[in-house]
Design a protein around this ligand. Structure first.
Ligand SMILES: Nc1ncnc2c1ncn2[C@@H]1O[C@H](COP(=O)(O)OP(=O)(O)OP(=O)(O)O)[C@@H](O)[C@H]1O
Length: 778
């Protein structure tokens, strides 16, 4: 098992051509269908009295270069790679638009989601009212997200877009009520079955900067697809997805060096590995320039056109991008203000006496209405939107399967009559373009048309196919190298996915940690160097105090400083880094990359030995310089064991604090807790502690570590210490006298070890439980 894929950059760079060249004819059919929808859109808008500027009708699109498939070759890994040449015969650099237009993603199970009366409330403490209050954010939303549709959730800032996405994806489940049906069957968003259907891509991309694109993809493929699928198959799939998303040339690039748009595409590519039927994206276009924006939406549109249900929030799309969405769901103050096909928005608003001015972006106009710029009663609009939703739902219900069958038969007739290219692999899109008036036939038509597509793909294809040209001439076109069926063979069927076992997940995550640690060695090196440095400083300050009866208090301070150092370095290293880890864990776990158990085990399998190693380094150096190693060697072993246990106890607390509190709070609450344990259980004698705080003395791992260390160095019948100047009185010549004076002569080292072992175990269990709650009680 290797994380680092054995692929050369040249191999990866080639696969862009492979996918980008899938089929020139499917592009012609899909572009004709797109044009059809543009026309329909404008007609609708104008017919209703509105005349907003929409999509390509107001923009000039760049002329696409003519491309043809030149030759097919094989890479060293055996993958079929197709070079694409332009009409000048040169090698064509990667063309994202073409690749997206020609891309064929895998078919997937069509998923229609309907929701009814969805409400979401949060419970918060109100300081002015001095009580807990419940705030409802979503107020009984109804709607549907359908297979084959790209839906945009729009609305003003703070309207509840992200909240709706979080609720619908199951990312937020607490405080949610309402009914949800998936393909007509009731389901809970918190159920495992529902979660298996979808992936959620957050607005900010949390990608590990130390990993390269290819590595992160392979890691995700191993974790998501398991090991019943060969590595070669996974590599083919990865290359295929990366080339579809225009990232193949970034295969060997660290994710830190990707642009914003590339990171976004990589985030999508990672989730496409398991080919989820439903994709939720939170503001996928935020922070992208207009070209990256339209590339990103074009990609989503293509995914939707191949059967996925795609839902994303979007802020203020340009007219061109707005036009690319099939459907719009507008949220205003937690209510739905419009839902339905994008092209029906302008007529809908016009019906409400809101006429979108000429050459005005309907998306901008909608937002102006939503923020009240057009002085319309939003309540009326919300009511009208609900009325429209129910009317549309009725229309959908009353269309029977005979109607759908009739439509499909007509499409078949069209194909046989050669009015449409038989080679089109995008039958559902063609079917829908033909019958765009019957918008709500879509789900059923999609199912039937997909079956037809499968049947067509299964039938033997002629070597050369013909396409009817506009002027009536027949021209021979080369066979596309990969049809829908062959391209999507890389995608793994849902039933073949068996995610990696516990052990394999653990090993893969361990490998990821090691690779990241090796590449981000500066932080680890800093931890090692600081322990060595402080070991030398402490050793120098308390040089040779170990066996000197006159310097017992000096040695006491050395042991005290040692405990403090080990406790702070153990705790702070994780308190500061763990909250960021939790964000990544939340996302990867939600998208079912791995389970919590292997993740946590892999993390502590690295952190525990590393922190122990740092503590041991410090102890070896300082013990030698302070002369504490001049007595029996077993004392040093005990001292080292106690020091390591103290640092690991603090580390376990650090994990717990990091998992429980946000970083800003953890940074100062962690030390406050440490000071409390220190003052009340560590640097005071038991009788000096206020009775109210004596429980801290018993529970403090600080105290256990320190008293244990004192016991290891001065206890266990240590003989008299040296008193160098015989003329002087050495009060603590007898170690027993010193321990008695410090009131710890009855403290046993074994008790201290037991207490710290319990702290380590209990705190790790508590951290695990906290994480589990965070991940599962969202
Ligand atoms: N956990 C929460 N506690 C309290 N209020 C919340 C919580 N989550 C969301 N809200 C409130 O709900 C409203 C909707 O928030 P949401 O993030 O969904 O808005 P949005 O439409 O996505 O906004 P933006 O476009 O600015 O991201 C906001 O007023 C927000 O303050």
């Amino acid at each position: 098992m290797t994380l680092l894929p054995d692929i050369k950059p040249s191999d990866a760079a080639c696969c862009g051509g492979g996918a980008g060249s899938s089929s020139s004819r499917s592009s012609s059919s899909s572009s004709s269908s797109t044009t059809g929808s543009h026309k329909g859109h404008v007609a609708d808008g104008q017919g209703a009295g509105g005349s907003c500027c929409i999509g390509i009708n107001c923009c000039t699109t760049a002329a696409s270069s003519e491309m043809s498939i030149d030759e097919t070759s094989s890479t060293s890994s055996g993958a079929s790679v197709t070079k694409v040449t332009n009409n000048l015969g040169g090698f064509q650099p990667y063309n994202y638009k073409d690749a997206v237009a020609h891309a064929n993603f895998a078919e997937c199970q069509p998923i229609d989601i309907e929701f009814e009366n969805v409400r979401y409330s949060v419970r918060k403490f109100s300081f002015p009212e001095r009580k807990f209050v419940t705030k409802e954010i979503l107020h009984g939303l109804n709607g549907n997200f359908r297979s084959g549709e790209l839906t945009a959730i729009m609305g003003p800032s703070g309207a509840g877009k992200s909240t709706l996405l979080n609720v619908m994806s199951g990312f937020r489940a607490r405080g949610v009520s309402g009914n949800l049906r998936v393909n007509g069957k009731p389901m809970s968003t918190n159920s495992e079955r529902f979660r298996k259907l979808s992936c959620y891509i957050h607005q900010d991309d949390l990608l590990r900067p130390q990993l390269m694109v290819g590595e992160i993809m392979l890691m995700a493929a191993h974790l998501k697809l398991g090991f019943q699928i060969t590595k070669a198959h996974k590599m083919n799939l990865i290359k295929h997805i990366l080339s579809l998303l225009g990232l193949d040339h970034r295969f060997n690039v660290y994710t830190a060096k990707l642009s914003g748009g590339q990171k976004k595409r990589l985030a999508i590519a990672l989730e496409l590995i398991s080919n989820p039927p439903v994709l939720y994206l939170d503001e996928p276009t935020t922070g992208l320039d207009s070209s990256s924006c339209s590339q990103c939406v074009a990609l989503l549109k293509k995914l939707a056109s191949q059967g996925h249900t795609i839902v994303c929030t979007i802020h203020q799309p340009s007219a061109l991008i707005f036009e690319m969405f099939d459907k719009l769901y507008t949220v205003v103050d937690g209510h739905c203000m419009y839902q339905g096909p994008t092209r029906e928005l302008v007529p809908f608003l016009a019906d409400q006496q809101l006429v979108c001015p000429s050459y005005h972006n309907p998306a901008d106009y909608l937002l102006e209405v939503a923020v009240g710029e057009h002085e319309r009663d939003l309540k009326k609009l919300i009511l009208a939107a609900n009325k429209k939703y129910y009317e549309d739902a009725d229309r959908y219900q009353y269309i029977n399967t005979d109607d759908v069958q009739r439509l499909i038969t007509t499409i078949k007739d069209n194909i046989e009559g050669n009015t449409l290219s038989k080679s089109s692999t995008d039958l559902p899109t063609v079917a829908l373009a033909q019958f765009s008036a019957f918008e709500y036939v879509k789900p059923a038509a999609n199912d039937l048309a997909l079956e037809e597509t499968k049947a067509l793909n299964a039938s033997p294809q002629p070597q050369l196919q013909t396409e009817q040209l506009q002027d009536g001439q027949q021209q021979q076109l080369p066979q596309p190298p990969q049809t829908l069926a062959t391209q999507s063979q890389y995608f793994v069927n849902e039933r073949d996915i068996s995610s990696a076992s516990f052990l394999m997940q653990y090993l893969l995550l361990m490998q990821r940690i090691l690779v990241c640690a090796r590449r981000n060695y500066f932080l680890l090196l800093a931890r090692i160097v600081s322990h060595i440095f402080i070991g030398v400083i402490f050793g120098y300050l308390y040089m040779n105090v170990g066996n000197n009866a006159q310097s017992v208090l000096g040695n006491y301070v050395y042991l005290y400083g040692t405990t403090l150092l080990l406790v702070y370095t153990g705790k702070m290293a994780v308190v500061l880094t763990f909250p960021l880890e939790i964000d990544m864990l939340t996302r990867e776990h939600f998208n079912r990359w791995y389970k919590l158990g292997p993740y946590f085990l892999s993390m502590i399998s690295f952190e525990i030995p590393f922190q122990s190693f740092c503590a041991a380094l410090y102890i070896i150096i300082s013990v030698h310089l302070t002369g504490n190693d001049s007595s029996d060697s077993f004392r040093i072993y005990y001292f080292m064991l106690l020091g390591i246990m103290a640092t690991l106890s603090a580390q376990a607390w650090g994990f717990f604090v990091g998992a429980t509190l946000p970083t800003k709070l953890a940074v100062f609450l962690g030390p406050i807790l440490a000071v409390m344990f220190s003052v009340f259980g560590f640097c005071s004698r038991y009788i000096d502690i206020t009775p109210m705080f004596r429980w801290m003395w018993h529970l403090s791992y600080f105290r256990a570590g320190f008293h244990g260390a004192l016991n290891a160095i001065y206890g266990m019948d240590r003989p008299f210490l040296e008193c160098p100047d015989n003329t002087m009185y050495c009060h603590f010549r007898s170690p027993k006298v010193f321990l008695k004076y410090m009131m710890i002569s009855d403290v046993h080292m074994s008790d201290c070890m037991l207490l710290m072992a319990i702290v380590i175990g209990v705190m790790h269990v508590l951290t695990l439980v906290t994480l589990w709650r965070k991940l599962n009680k969202r």
